[in-house]
Write a protein that binds this ligand. Structure first.
Ligand SMILES: Cc1ncc(COP(=O)(O)O)c(C=O)c1O
Length: 353
């Protein structure tokens, strides 16, 4: 007899990007982490945190954090549900809304964790291929009409970004939930927050892992209309976010100046390396995130990934359909990006292969 249910036995585990034992001397551009340190205000809260208060359970809804996030994003605090990273919200939404007879739809390539959750819930999983230019196939997502449609926007690994008007259309077209995963929205021109007020079936996910340099803290949240909030509250682990992440996260979100400066530096570097890589013969796809998807003129994504790794530059290669000639490269600091470009030149990666 199998220990686990058939759908769990049949699935493979999610494989995260590699994490070197030590990051010393490594230019780590493979997990879309923020290359800058967290806000000094957030680090001050971390240092001054009253350890004695850890004796007590935290507020299950992290209301103080929600109020700060609500003020920053100009949404209502009671429309925010916190999670142990946005992964946690993806799990909750799949648990609540996907299952047998309740298909999960997304595009491909995208964040593979949506498929993982569909499999755990034994839901039919439908992956609509991205358009030829890797833009998001909005019409086909609408036609598939899933019980849950997950859309990373900007999408990873492609960087493609649907407009708010397209998402508005999609929300109207769908009978089920539209989950707009805005993990990378800090780096994009538009976001879908206003759709939460307009549609009962739209949830926006945010994380502090990317725009706020707090990937290890594990803090994310959903912005959702009241009926969806009610469902999330039913399903969530009672104390899914600790008092420490909530306090540090609130300080990070409140420090707008620091956030905006980091984002501006990353967006400027995104343009610079896009230009530099294009000059070296790569096809560079437009990106709204803190990363770029690039294609090598001669193919050989894996060989390029390995050559860069041998020079201590980690980027992401995906062994998937339509991805064998591509790399996803997170935007680092100007110095890190210069090391990346030098490694590319040293190995003659790009059109000069
Ligand atoms: C599209 C997307 N959504 C969600 C996540 C998970 O973020 P978190 O660290 O908040 O769990 C990631 C992480 O890389 C991501 O790329």
């Amino acid at each position: 007899m199998n220990i686990f249910a058939d759908n769990i036995e049949a699935m493979t585990a999610y494989v995260p990007g590699e994490q070197p034992g030590s990051t010393h001397g490594v230019v780590k551009l493979n997990q879309n982490e923020n290359p800058y340190p967290p806000s000094p205000a957030a680090l001050a809260v971390l240092r001054q945190f009253d350890g004695q208060s850890l004796r007590l359970y935290p507020d299950p809804m992290a209301k103080r954090f929600c109020q700060v996030a609500a003020d920053v994003l100009a949404v209502k605090a009671d429309r925010i549900c916190v999670g142990n990273g946005s992964d946690d919200l993806i799990i909750m939404i799949a648990r609540a809304a996907a299952g047998r007879g309740r298909p999960v739809v997304t595009t491909e390539p995208t964040f593979p964790f949506y498929q993982t959750q569909a499999q755990i819930e034994a839901a039919n999983f439908i992956a609509i291929p991205a358009n030829d230019d890797f833009t998001i196939p909005i019409d086909a997502l609408g036609q598939a009409n899933g019980a849950v449609t997950f859309l990373a926007n900007p999408n990873s690994p492609t960087g493609a970004t649907a407009t708010t008007d397209q998402l508005d259309w999609l929300a109207r077209r769908l009978d089920g939930l539209l989950v707009v995963d805005e993990a990378y929205a800090d780096f994009a021109d538009e976001n879908a927050l206003k759709l939460v007020d307009k549609h009962d079936n739209v949830v926006v996910l945010r994380t502090l892992s990317k725009g706020y340099s707090l990937a290890a803290l594990r803090l994310g949240f959903a912005v959702a209309p009241p009926p969806i909030m009610a469902g999330l509250i039913k399903i969530k682990a009672i104390y899914n976010v600790g008092a420490l992440p909530a306090a540090v996260g609130a300080a990070a979100m409140a420090d707008r100046q620091y956030h905006d400066q980091c984002v501006a530096k990353i967006v400027a570097e995104r343009s610079r390396i896009a230009m530099e890589l294009a000059r070296r013969g790569f096809t560079v796809y437009p990106s709204g995130g803190n990363f770029l998807m690039v294609a090598l003129a001669g193919g050989g994504g894996r060989a390029a990934y390995e050559a860069l790794k041998a020079r201590n530059v980690l980027v992401r290669y995906f062994q998937k359909d339509r991805m064998s000639d591509k790399l996803r490269i997170s935007v680092g600091t100007p110095q890190e990006n210069t090391v990346l470009l030098a490694a590319i030149d040293a190995d003659g990666i790009g059109s000069r292969q």
